[in-house]
Design a binder for this molecule. Structure first.
Ligand code: ATP
Ligand code: MG
Length: 413
């Protein structure tokens, strides 16, 4: 169900209740959705079982039940005029239930595609005639017969679980058939896809926002650097990604969204690989049916952030084509930093220590976003830092100083 007319900010519904936007999941993405919704004057509700969830701590209402709890879902529907999700692993059945009674964007059907790599790749293949991009060569592995029949030219490859993978979890790199068989065993013989290992030259992603009326707007293309399977850095400025490829990636992302009649914010990740003719080609990797870590720079470098676009799409407000007003670099802040101030790794038993924020924030164009998570742990996403400035040179210089202060590896040349 879609709103017939926009849910206007700061207004009241027929029952006299303040217009309230809901989100399934209370992590950092839910928190930034809540912040954007509240900035526009909406009330918010979060469903997340964790009493200390980053979004629950800020929201007007926090329903603390499991995602498939019928009573929790009923409370969310009763509170909310429209509902979105902050992660793809929310049970699609729960969104389906909500969608029968309230506008839900993205729909349970779109989330079901994005949460299963087998369906996701099939969607990419089906979209290829209009998107112009293909996924890496792959095969589905969900039986011993399909394991034995896996094409030899997919090796060396990466075996990925079809469901529940994130930040490089649920993936094993395999060189040969023996390693492939052992990896499938290790992953518990669950449905997987085996993907050919691609010679990546770079990675990028594109965020689009699409309304219920089919209007679609694209954000600038993000160049991403991953470390240990987790996003480390995003750079967005002229020249980060070659302009023709960037335009192709934006058009492909819009086509992928249109093909499933998507409503909301969608991020699609791409690999850049050698095209064999001295240039680069795009290969589509995966998608997220929500704002994405690589889009956090939009908070400080664009006139409308990915979270505001998520709010607009959900509420049926006009989507505005985003304008990037500053070159940007986003640095992810993982919990490891709290145990290695200035890059000096403390003893394992030592208490976490705040990174040198005063020095970082003294630098021009630094914007700190911490998620209010209680307890730093290695690999845990604690926050991010956006760096903006008057020129690419200025932003890169500040980023180099920030990375040095935090003891992180420097930017590539
Ligand atoms: P996310 O946190 O983005 O959801 P994920 O765990 O779902 O990550 P992928 O995006 O599939 O996993 O892979 C994580 C990273 O591993 C990619 O960004 C890329 O660096 C590398 N990778 C994945 N698939 C391939 C491939 N077929 N060839 C080469 N590198 C790959
Ligand atoms: Mg990924």
């Amino acid at each position: 169900m879609k709103p017939l007319s926009p849910l206007l900010p700061g207004s009241t519904s027929a029952t006299g209740q303040q217009i309230t936007l809901g989100v399934m999941g209370g992590g950092q993405l839910g928190r930034m959705f809540v912040q954007a919704a509240q900035a526009l004057g909406y009330f918010t509700a979060v469903l997340d079982p964790d009493p200390a969830s980053p979004a629950g701590l800020l929201s007007h209402y926090h329903i603390q039940t499991p995602y498939d709890d019928q009573d929790g879902l009923a409370q969310l529907m009763q509170r909310c005029d429209a509902i979105t999700t902050e992660f793809e692993n929310v049970p699609a059945g729960a969104l389906f239930t909500l969608g029968a009674h309230r506008p839900v964007a993205p729909s349970s059907a779109c989330v079901a595609i994005a949460q299963d790599r087998v369906k996701e790749k099939a969607h990419f293949v089906q979209s290829a005639p209009t998107s112009g991009v293909q996924p890496a060569p792959y095969a589905t592995i969900d039986t011993a017969e399909l394991l034995a029949a896996a094409p030899a030219d997919l090796l060396p490859g990466i075996l990925k679980t079809a469901r529940m993978g994130y930040d490089g979890k649920g993936q094993v790199r395999v060189k040969d058939r023996a390693e492939l068989a052992a990896a499938w065993e290790r992953l518990g013989r669950v449905p997987c896809v085996l993907e050919k290992l691609m010679p990546l030259r770079a990675e990028c992603s594109v965020i689009v926002a699409r309304g219920a009326d089919g209007q679609c707007v694209s954000y600038p293309v993000q160049k991403n650097t991953h470390r240990d399977g987790i996003l480390a850095l995003t750079e967005v400025y002229e020249g980060a990604i070659e302009a023709t490829l960037a335009r192709r990636a934006q058009a492909a992302t819009e086509a992928i969204a249109h093909q499933m009649n998507y409503v909301g914010v969608l991020c699609v990740e791409y690999f850049l690989v050698d095209d064999g003719r001295g240039g680069l080609d795009l290969v589509v990797n995966e998608m997220a049916p929500r704002p994405h870590n690589s889009g956090h720079y939009t908070q400080n470098a664009c006139d409308v952030s990915q979270f505001e676009s998520q709010v607009r799409a959900l509420a049926g407000l006009p989507l505005r084509s985003p304008v990037q007003h500053s070159p940007a670099i986003m640095v992810n802040l993982l919990g490891d930093l709290w145990f290695a101030p200035n890059g000096v790794r403390a003893q394992a038993s030592e208490q976490p220590v705040s990174p040198p924020w005063a020095e970082v924030l003294a630098l021009p164009g630094t914007h700190l976003h911490l998620y209010g998570k209680l307890g730093a742990r290695a690999g845990r996403k604690m926050g991010h830092l956006n760096i903006t400035g008057p020129s690419v040179t200025a932003v890169r210089e500040t980023a180099a100083r920030v990375l040095a202060l935090l003891g992180l590896p420097g930017l590539d040349a």
